[in-house]
Design a protein around this ligand. Structure first.
Ligand code: ZN
Length: 149
């Protein structure tokens, strides 16, 4: 386990579409442990692999009692809307802004052992899942800035 450097906006790793994970090995397990360690140290809600320079489809979420490791995640169902302030450990606070997200999402993903699971979450955890999945597409939250009132 290790605390890793969190890359900042402007680094190439944050604007790339991440590659699928195909091998569920010790290296993947260590990556997930490092993501959790780095997230907890930074006191964040979620962290995606590209934020620590690994361009793979892996992310972790730990917010409001929802702890998830997501490998090759997909949102298979989204319902409702929520508008709320977002920020990112890879982006300066001055760019925090409101973003429109689904109120509830069902995510399908693999865990570190290669086991497929589905989980439905709402509110902040749903926002966080959407934010982390955006990272896997090379999308930063402020490009989705909510323009309404
Ligand atoms: Zn982020």
């Amino acid at each position: 386990m290790a605390i890793r450097e969190i890359f900042q906006e402007g680094e190439e790793c944050l604007s790339k579409r991440c590659r699928e994970v195909t091998v569920f090995d010790e290296k993947l397990s260590k990556l997930i442990d490092d993501l959790f360690d780095t997230l907890h140290k930074a006191d964040g809600a979620g962290l995606a692999a590209p934020q620590i320079g690994v361009v793979r489809r892996v992310a972790v979420v730990d917010v409001d009692g929802v702890t998830m490791e997501l490998v090759n995640p997909q949102i298979i169902k989204a319902e409702g809307e929520q508008i709320g302030e977002e920020g990112c450990l890879s982006v300066d606070f001055s760019k925090n802004c409101r973003v429109l997200r689904p109120q509830t999402v069902t995510v399908r993903a693999y865990d570190r052992t290669g086991k497929l699971f589905e989980r439905t979450v709402s509110d902040l955890p749903a926002r966080c899942v959407c934010h982390e999945l955006d990272h896997l597409e090379g999308i930063l939250f402020f490009t989705r800035k909510y323009q309404g009132k």
